[in-house]
Design a protein around this ligand. Structure first.
Ligand SMILES: C[S@@+](CC[C@H](N)C(=O)[O-])C[C@H]1O[C@@H](n2cnc3c(N)ncnc32)[C@H](O)[C@@H]1O
Length: 234
C-alpha cells in the first residue's frame, strides 16, 4: 500500500483548499514573522502554503514534496506566475533525505508528520534542524495522539452541476497506528458517476513524546496553536 497520493491529488484542492487556506493564513499571520534567510515547506503537497509563503516572503521557499502527483498540482499552481517562480525551489524527495544545511530561518510542516514512524520522524526532525539556522523557527503539526473508529464528511462542492464530495473513515491499527480511508465521489442528479478511494497509514505520538523528539533533534518548544501545532526554535 503506497502513499503516492495518486488518487487524492485530483480532489485535494477542490474539496479542502478553502478550509486549508483559512487555517494557513491565520497561522502565518501569527508565526511567520519576516524570514531573511529562506523558508522551508516540508510535505508541500499541492502547494497551497508554498504559494502563500512565496507571496509573503522575499526569500527563497524550498518546497519538499516526494509525491509526483502532488508536485504536478503544485507546479500547475505556480505556472505562469512569473512574480513567484524565481522564489520557489522544489525538491522531489523525502525530508529525511533533504541534505541541506543553514538554508532557512522559517520551516513549515503541516499534515505530514503523521505519516512517518518514530525512526523516520527522528530523521525528518534532524534534517529540519540541519536545514534551519540557529534561532530559526519551525511550525509543525503533531501526529495524532489517539485513534478511534470515526467517519466524517469532507467539504463538498458543486462543479458544473455535479457534486464533488468525500469522506474519511478512521480505524485504529494496534496501539500506536491508524489507517485513514479517503473516499471521493462525483454525483450528478443524485446518481453516483464515479467513486475513488485511497488509504493512508499513520502513526500516533503523545504530545510529550513529540516534544521530546523535537528536543532530541535540537529544538526548543516555544508555543502551540490549533490544530495540533507546535512552534519550536532551532
Ligand atoms: C496530507 S498531505 C499535506 C500537504 C500540505 N502540507 C497540506 O497541508 O496541504 C502530506 C504531504 O506530505 C508528503 N510527504 C509524505 N512523506 C513525506 C516525507 N517523508 N517528506 C516530505 N514530504 C512527505 C506527501 O507526499 C503529501 O504531499
Amino acid at each position: 500500500m503506497g502513499q503516492e497520493y495518486a488518487v487524492t491529488a485530483e480532489f485535494y484542492d477542490l474539496l479542502q483548499a478553502t478550509e486549508h487556506l483559512a487555517v494557513t493564513g491565520r497561522l502565518l499571520d501569527r508565526w511567520l514573522g519576516r524570514p531573511e534567510v529562506g523558508v522551508l515547506d516540508v510535505g508541500a503537497g499541492t502547494g497551497l502554503a508554498t504559494n502563500l509563503l512565496a507571496r509573503r516572503c522575499a526569500v527563497t521557499v524550498h518546497a519538499v514534496e516526494p509525491a509526483a502527483s502532488m508536485r504536478a498540482v503544485l507546479l500547475s499552481r505556480l505556472a505562469g506566475h512569473t512574480e513567484v517562480l524565481p522564489r520557489v525551489r522544489l525538491y522531489a524527495r523525502n525530508v529525511q533525505d533533504l541534505g541541506l544545511a543553514g538554508i532557512a530561518d522559517f520551516a513549515w510542516c503541516l499534515n505530514t508528520m503523521a505519516g512517518l514512524d518514530l525512526s523516520d520522524r527522528a530523521a525528518a526532525l534532524r534534517a529540519l534542524a540541519t536545514a534551519l539556522v540557529p534561532g530559526g523557527r519551525l511550525v509543525v503539526q503533531r501526529p495524532p495522539t489517539r485513534a478511534a473508529e470515526d467517519r466524517r464528511d469532507l467539504p463538498s462542492w458543486q462543479l458544473g452541476g455535479d457534486l464533488y464530495s468525500g469522506e474519511v473513515t478512521t480505524s485504529p491499527v494496534g496501539a500506536d497506528r491508524v489507517r485513514w480511508r479517503f473516499s471521493y465521489r462525483v454525483s450528478r442528479d443524485g446518481a453516483l458517476v464515479r467513486e475513488e478511494s485511497e488509504v493512508f497509514d499513520g502513526h500516533l505520538a503523545t504530545e510529550s513524546g513529540f516534544d521530546a523528539e523535537l528536543v532530541a533533534a535540537g529544538f526548543t518548544v516555544i508555543g502551540t496553536d490549533d490544530p495540533d501545532i507546535v512552534v519550536a526554535r532551532r
